[in-house]
Design a protein around this ligand. Structure first.
Ligand code: ZN
Length: 283
């Protein structure tokens, strides 16, 4: 299964981890999350890998969490290697949701952020909601000029995706605009806000990322690790970690509120109705 939804390739000391559900715009199901975890572990354990790149196969980087494909697997258990939480499958209500999202969303993204090797996200096409969490877990983002970013989950009454880095990866006012409107931010806008490091043409995306990864790979491995930790610690001192924890509580309050007053924890929206609402709003 993991072979299917994520591909793995090492080229000149760079591990290319690619989301591989192109027929569903790389919608992120749990199978993909656990496969990503396994791929990153492989890259971390391979002493010949200096840099990890996260990219997407097909026309888009990632359309978000899987809330509507035939491969949606929220009710399944997975072989869990790193203990973050108990299995959600036989639980109820808030216990189920909190367990699942603590592990597959917030917990894993946090662990990936702390992977001791540099990670570059190569983003093209759509990078929506759950896709943001994957790109933001990486150390930085190189985007092609057709890339766009959005987090429309406020339409579900939920204050942004589980990995709430919005005010830190861009400024707080931009984060409010991003969330309040649900609008797409272009690669250029994202670069102006400091969320994206470089914007290149679609044709040059892989070669640009390869070139940058190659330059980084020349640095001493342990020096890079310590530098990554130093900057992550600075971000945490700016409130990122504690902020995320507090917003995770608001996020789950919103899920619970939806479950109480609506048909389900997503406010009755699925991938299709969400896309229709985005379109209606001109986002
Ligand atoms: Zn959630």
């Amino acid at each position: 299964m993991s072979e299917d939804v994520v591909s793995y390739e090492v080229v000149e000391r760079v591990a290319w981890v690619r989301l591989n559900r192109p027929e569903y715009r790389n919608a992120q199901n749990s199978a993909m999350t656990y496969a990503l975890d396994a791929a990153f572990q492989r890259a971390v354990d391979d002493d010949d890998v200096a840099v990890i790149v996260l990219a997407g196969n097909g026309d888009h980087f990632c359309a978000g969490h899987d809330i509507g494909t035939p491969g949606r697997d929220v009710d399944q258990s997975f072989d869990r290697k790193a203990v973050i939480w108990w299995d959600h499958v036989d639980k109820e209500g808030g216990d189920l949701r909190f367990a699942r999202e603590s592990e597959v969303y917030l917990g894993m993204c946090r662990r990936w952020r702390e992977i001791p090797k540099p990670m570059i996200a190569a983003v093209h096409g759509a990078c929506i909601a759950g896709g943001l969490m994957l790109a933001w877990s990486c150390d930085f983002i190189v985007a092609s000029d057709d890339a766009f970013f959005s987090d429309p989950v406020v339409r579900m009454g939920i204050p942004g995706v589980e990995y709430f880095a919005h005010p830190w990866v861009m400024n707080p006012r931009a984060a409010k605009e991003f969330l309040f409107t649900g609008d797409r931010f272009s690669a250029t806008r994202a670069q102006e806000l400091g969320m994206v490091n470089q914007v290149v043409s679609r044709a040059e995306l892989e070669s640009s990322v390869s070139a940058m990864a190659g330059r980084i790979a020349q640095m001493p491995r342990f020096g890079l690790t310590l530098t990554k930790k130093a900057i992550n610690q600075a971000e945490d001192l700016q409130g990122l970690r504690a902020g995320m924890d507090s917003v995770f509580g608001l996020h789950h309050f919103a899920h619970a509120h939806n479950a109480e007053v609506s048909t389900d924890s997503l406010g009755g929206l699925d991938a299709k109705s969400m896309a229709a609402k985005n379109k209606e709003a001109g986002a």
